[in-house]
Design a binder for this molecule. Structure first.
Ligand code: ADP
Length: 485
């Protein structure tokens, strides 16, 4: 590949099991550039046997790691954070090569998500229990927090770097050990992070990366294996449901960050320029492939024309192309299937009367590129309002009043993110409290940062990542009844 790195050892073709780097044996798979299909690396295609080895190594490493003083775990995580920041350019180059997003966005992902390592390095030292008065003077109630144990993580391809630090960071901070299966489409970012984790002094077996194309075999093993205490997953609601079912027998602890269908609402008292900036960011970053991307844009009747024009002006400024090319702001979709889904949603909308204002076609640049598209005249019976499009398609729906838009926004089984732009204080509180989602952006199109609890309600998931709450999912509460005092 034409990938040139300052530190070429960050690009590896080996998996990382129990502190050993494993070369491909008989079975391997290719990781390709979604822009042109060029092969970047061939990785070992591992199976159940290697997954078990990684789990056993994690179990073997658990006693020492969980007993390592929090302050020492914190130092290791902080060193890992420093190494990620020092190597951010290389990590971004690897990310763009395997995922396609513009290089500046990739660097943003690396740096802003490294912050989870730094944050949880700090939180490691603040795992505090409680002492509660007992039911009589001779007793006290002690509440201890202990690591849940061996964890398994499954991560998607849309944030190949960031989805790892926000899971592995809190797990290690809590004293857990963890086996990760990154998406088979984007495993190189995970392995590069593992190279740096090893360099930072993460002990053997505490963090393993299993590379495989057989996601189901890995999923089945981590669900059924009684050694695994907890599974943390980011991906589709469909797979999240499946993990819950498979993990039911062993009562797996689960953190699930699943699909969304984010409404983005513009009220008539909003700053329309700010709203158009926010919509552009929320809809088109990562080519629309984020679980918190605006999926449906609701605009109040009186401002729909003005807002739409402002959005169109901004969309016209997007530059399509290969993620590494200068000034590119919109990269390819991950694969052909993603393009087909966008086409299907668009065809359904236009068949039911929506009008294409810009875009509407595949780009000639590459088979996985689609023009940024804005459609108007969208109604609630179109697929675009019901399913996550995960592509650069912005559907505009007009609404009458608060009650009208709240009903439409909440008419979804998902509840991850929502956004609205308004200035009236009463309206801001009313709408923020009424929207059924785990996160609400008010006058902003950006939600994720390490200081905030990221996660969904309804069928968008369980648990929170980030903030002091992000470590709770990796801790068990133990109650000690202290008597005879
Ligand atoms: P997406 O639609 O974003 O690709 P998926 O849920 O299919 O979402 O994929 C997210 C992650 O889940 C990937 O790492 C993928 O390999 C993994 N995955 C898919 N199916 C399963 C499964 N049955 N068990 C475990 N992991 C799975």
């Amino acid at each position: 590949s034409q990938l040139t790195l300052k530190d070429p050892t960050l690009l590896t073709d080996r998996a990382f099991l129990g502190g050993e780097w494993i070369a491909a044996g008989a079975r391997s798979f290719a990781v390709t550039d979604p822009y042109d299909g060029a092969v970047i690396a061939d990785l070992p295609d591992l199976g159940v046997e290697e997954t078990r080895r990684a789990i056993d190594a994690a179990a073997a490493a658990l006693p020492a790691w969980s007993k390592t003083p929090a302050k020492v775990r914190s130092v290791v995580l902080k060193r890992w954070f420093d190494l990620v920041i020092e190597n951010a350019d290389d990590l971004a180059a690897i990310l763009t090569a395997e995922q396609g997003k513009p290089l500046a966005e990739a660097k943003g992902e690396v740096v802003s998500n490294a912050a989870y390592l730094e944050w949880f390095a700090e939180e490691a030292k603040r795992i505090e229990g409680e002492i509660i008065p007992g039911p009589n003077p001779q007793q006290r109630i002690l509440v201890l927090k202990q690591p849940v144990g061996v964890c398994a993580a499954i991560t998607p391809w849309n944030f190949p770097n960031g989805m790892i630090t926000r899971k592995v960071g809190p797990a290690l901070a809590a004293g857990c050990t963890i086996v990760l299966k990154p998406s088979e489409l984007t495993p190189l970012s995970a392995l590069a992070l593992a190279v740096l984790a090893e360099r930072a002094g993460v002990p053997k077996g505490v963090f393993s990366v299993v590379t495989t194309t057989d996601a189901k075999a890995f999923g089945t093993e981590v669900c059924k294996n009684p050694t695994v205490a907890k599974i943390t997953f980011t991906g589709s609601t469909h797979v999240g449901r499946w993990l819950m079912r498979e993990g039911a027998e062993t009562i797996k602890r689960l953190s699930l960050e699943l699909g969304g269908n984010a409404p983005f609402i513009v009220f008539d008292d909003a700053d329309l320029d700010a709203a158009a900036d926010g919509a552009l960011l929320s809809k088109f970053r990562n080519a629309g492939q984020t679980c918190v991307c605006a999926n449906r844009i609701y605009v109040q009747e009186g401002v729909v024309e003005a807002f739409t024009q402002k959005l169109l002006d901004r969309v016209a400024g997007l530059k399509l192309g290969r993620g590494t090319d200068d000034g590119v702001t919109l990269g390819p979709l991950i694969d052909e299937r993603a393009v087909a889904k966008m086409e299907q949603h668009l065809a359904d909308a236009t068949a039911k009367g929506a009008k294409v204002l810009t875009g509407g076609h595949r780009s000639k640049l590459a088979p996985t590129m689609f023009e940024p598209t804005v459609v108007t005249g969208v109604t609630q019976d179109m697929i675009v309002t019901k399913e996550e499009t995960f592509a650069p398609l912005a559907p505009i729906i007009s609404f009458r009043d608060e009650a009208d838009v709240i009903a439409m926004a909440n008419a979804s089984e998902f509840g991850l993110a929502s956004y609205f732009y308004a200035r009236d204080m009463k309206r801001i509180f009313t709408v923020a409290e009424a929207l059924q989602s785990g996160m609400v952006g008010v006058n902003t199109g950006a939600l994720a940062n390490e200081m905030a609890p990221f996660g969904g309600v309804k069928q968008s998931g369980l648990g929170r990542e980030g903030s002091h709450q992000g470590i709770e999912g990796y801790l068990e509460v133990k109650y000690v009844a202290l008597a005879g005092l």
